[in-house]
Design a protein around this ligand. Structure first.
Ligand SMILES: [Zn+2]
Length: 554
């Protein structure tokens, strides 16, 4: 038997394993869990060289599974100007000018997290010209579906006079025949992002294509630094597995190189991104990625698609017009074509994950999965911000995972309640951002942040899930603590086809662990977001250890 390298004892072990939900101690060695059980029984496994960590009653959980994030984009953005929580012109101008002074040579000053209501009126290039006129500047909305750019940035990107765009992607034009500065959806703002010189990192979300020319070793080293920053940020939050929701082969190659260099601190699943204009034969690339990347750390095996946009820019596809308009938004795939795509992906034994936010997009996605008839593949829907009541039971019946984000409902964490008034009819609030209702009707749950769309902190996500106040007159959509923890661990692992590897604590599973800095069942829900992570261990390797409990990170 493998010798125990580390024993974590005197812990409140919540295993997420129904056979033995609670324990006191855990031993691991060779990257695998060797034993989970009572203190005496597990401590007896300590041999020479085994480190014994007294957890002091803290909660030990399976390492968190982040079911929907964008690792490369998040890592890349960590160095950009952060505008989360910023309100009003004065603060915006002050922060941007300070960032500009600190970064005198950047070709584009890029900011993240700009609220749609940052100014009292819709933001225009004229507003941003008043911030900085002589250098290109731009800022991204938290949902990553809208960018605002100043005149210099629009000019440099060739967008000032407008540009031809595919459906759903819009360079908003003003009465003067010039771009207003508002750019809706990726194709519209990618020419601005290209000014940063790292647009090739955006290909996984933008086109699903590969960088051309293929980045040389020096460029890859730079890119890996950004990924490493993202991984370190995730390890700090207890994450040991993640499902990346954009991708291409290049993303996998970077991660594989990092694995070989001993720098990969989480298991990452990367999709092939299928775009509406692609041919079914382009799915050969998805099959090739699935075959090439099959290890315990870097895998593919699924296809990501977008059925619609987002609510704030009204690009989400609704069954009924948005309040006060005749617009419903439009699906990005035609219904019958989407069914064909789902059948073809399923025929290749690949999983599907579709971004669907409006109730129209959700229905059309379910229809596609139903046509494919392959519940064993565990096709999943990302977001589901509005759903028609008739579709609720279909998720459970068809084995579809509801991949939802507790930080996203307006009012639950960082997003303002104003979205509810602007986007959803009052009588539909009861169908918005459902969680418990979906679970009660048999849907599998997987929780996530969609980082960098919201803070990647799982503890904040848990707090949001447990403290969310029902919308006025609507049912309570909270699930209990154990269900929340399951959706951040075992539920996510199942949804990623990784339940044989991670997500529960039992002998033989990977030593993917997170030690919460306290007793998670005793901490009031409204304080969980401020509760730290005492220890993160991925595959038996310490990836976060702020207090040196386990002798510091490996
Ligand atoms: Zn996403």
């Amino acid at each position: 038997m493998t010798a125990a390298e580390m024993i974590i004892t005197n812990a409140k072990v919540l295993t997420m394993d129904e056979g033995r939900p609670r324990s006191e101690a855990l031993a691991f060695g060779g990257g695998r869990i060797l034993a989970v059980g009572g203190r005496a029984e597990v401590e007896a496994l300590a041999g020479p060289g085994c480190r014994v960590v007294d957890a002091g009653g803290r909660t030990l959980l399976p390492g968190f599974v982040e079911s929907h994030l964008h690792l490369v984009l998040g890592g890349n953005e960590l160095a950009q100007l952060q505008l989360g929580g910023v309100q009003g012109f004065e603060e915006l101008a002050r922060l941007f000018r300070a960032y500009a002074a600190k970064n005198p040579t950047l070709p584009l000053l890029m900011a993240q997290g700009a609220a749609y209501e940052l100014l009292e009126h819709p933001v225009t290039r004229a507003d941003l010209d008043r911030v900085i006129a002589d250098r290109p500047i731009a800022m991204m909305a938290p949902d990553h579906h809208t960018v605002w750019a100043n005149t210099a940035a629009l000019r440099a990107a060739g967008l000032l006079q407008g540009a031809e765009m595919p459906p759903g992607h819009v360079v908003v034009m003003g009465a003067d025949g010039m771009a207003t500065g508002e750019l809706l959806e990726f194709e519209a703002f990618s020419p601005v992002l290209a000014l940063t010189g790292d647009l090739h990192l955006q290909l996984g979300i933008a086109t699903g294509g590969e960088p051309d020319p293929w980045p040389d070793a020096a460029q890859r080293a730079k890119d890996k630094e950004k990924v490493a920053a993202g991984l370190a940020h995730c390890a700090m939050h207890g994450i040991t597995s993640m499902v990346n929701m954009d991708g291409n082969r290049y993303t996998c190659v970077l991660l594989k190189e990092m694995e070989a260099e001993g720098r990969l601190t989480a298991r990452v699943k990367v999709p092939f991104h299928f775009k509406p204009h692609m041919d079914l034969s382009d799915l050969d690339r998805a099959s090739a990625m699935a075959a090439e990347f099959t290890g315990d750390w870097v895998t593919s095996g699924f296809v990501k698609m977008f059925m619609d946009g987002v609510v704030d820019s009204r690009t989400a596809y609704m069954l009924h017009p948005y309040p006060g308009t005749t617009e419903t938004g439009a699906p990005l795939f035609e219904a019958e074509r989407f069914k064909d795509v789902c059948r073809e992906i399923s025929r290749r034994d690949l999983q599907i994950a579709v971004h669907a936010i409006g109730d129209g997009a959700v229905r059309q996605t379910i229809d596609g999965y139903e046509a494919a008839g392959r519940p064993d593949l565990r096709h999943r829907i990302e977001h589901i911000e509005l759903i028609d009541r008739a579709d609720v039971p279909r998720l459970g019946a068809l084995g579809i995972t509801a991949s939802v984000q507790p930080p996203h409902p307006p009012g639950a964490m960082d997003f303002p309640m104003s979205t509810m008034d602007h986007v959803f009819h009052r009588e539909r609030w009861r169908d918005a951002y459902l969680t418990k209702t979906l679970a009660d009707h048999g849907a599998h749950l997987a929780f996530a942040s969609d980082w960098p769309v919201t803070d990647v902190s799982v503890m904040r996500g848990i707090q949001a899930a447990l403290t969310r106040v029902p919308y006025e007159g609507c049912q309570d959509e909270r699930v209990g603590l154990m269900e929340v923890l399951r959706a951040y661990t075992a539920g996510g692992a199942w949804a990623a086809h990784r339940e044989g590897l991670t997500g529960t604590l039992r002998a033989g599973m990977a030593a993917d662990l997170v030690l919460i800095d306290g007793d998670i069942e005793a901490i009031p829900a409204e304080r969980l977001g401020k509760t730290g992570i005492a220890l993160t261990i991925a595959g038996g390797r310490v990836t976060h250890d702020p207090e040196g409990m386990a002798g510091g990170p490996a």
